[in-house]
Design a protein around this ligand. Structure first.
Ligand code: COA
Length: 169
């Protein structure tokens, strides 16, 4: 199946919000519970918030689109003042995971910021498969963080790697 990675356009926020809710429930319900995940994803992935991110020239808001127009993945990144690329989200529909799409989205989110010398992200400490995936992409845990958008009881790790990808991590 051909999957195209491209920037999202205005009007796609509802579809991305639905995608994020689906992946969040599949990924986190077992550990956080359905109700808490529903609350978090409603707050963090509200269509109005996503729309502002799509329209923000300081963000690279990507979607992965399968044939037929279905959105099957999403990533968003930005470049901070220290020229570190921050990956805010990386999500692939469960039915599409393990086929290289996460790796493609990650590279596209980095390629959007040619000036970036470092890749940085936060990942939930209990999300072992995602941590393994990021380690496979050359990122290493450099610390942890307590502040997670108002849900401070969810421990998260900070991971980083040097860029470009062609260099040793
Ligand atoms: C983490 C996540 C983004 C990874 O996306 P993905 O599409 O499953 O990742 P990929 O397919 O690129 O890579 C996964 C593995 O499949 C392997 N793989 C399988 N088929 C492949 C193919 N055709 N081409 C390349 N890699 C392939 C990769 O080598 C990789 O192995 P690794 O994890 O040992 O490095 C995705 O699983 C996801 O959305 N998870 C739930 C949400 C989540 O946890 N997001 C991160 C929050 S911070």
């Amino acid at each position: 199946m051909t999957v195209e990675i491209r920037r999202a356009g205005p009007g796609e926020e509802a579809a991305v919000s639905a995608l994020l809710a689906e992946v969040w429930h599949a990924t986190h319900d077992a550990q956080l519970g359905h109700d808490k995940v529903a609350k978090i994803t409603a707050k963090w992935h509200a269509p109005a918030l996503l729309r502002a991110q799509i329209e923000d020239p300081g963000k690279c808001f990507l979607v992965a689109e399968a044939g037929g127009g279905e959105l099957v993945g999403h990533a968003i990144s930005w470049l901070d003042e220290d020229t570190a690329i921050n990956l805010l989200r990386l999500y692939v529909l469960p039915s599409m995971q393990g086929r290289g799409l996460g790796g493609r989205l990650l590279r596209a989110a980095v390629a959007a910021w040619p000036g970036g010398h470092l890749l940085r992200l936060e990942v939930q400490a209990l999300n072992a498969p995602a941590i393994r995936f990021y380690e496979g992409q050359g990122l290493r845990v450099i610390g942890d963080t307590a502040e997670r958008g108002g849900f401070t009881d969810i421990p998260a790790l900070v991971m980083e790697r040097r860029l470009p990808f062609e260099d040793p991590a």
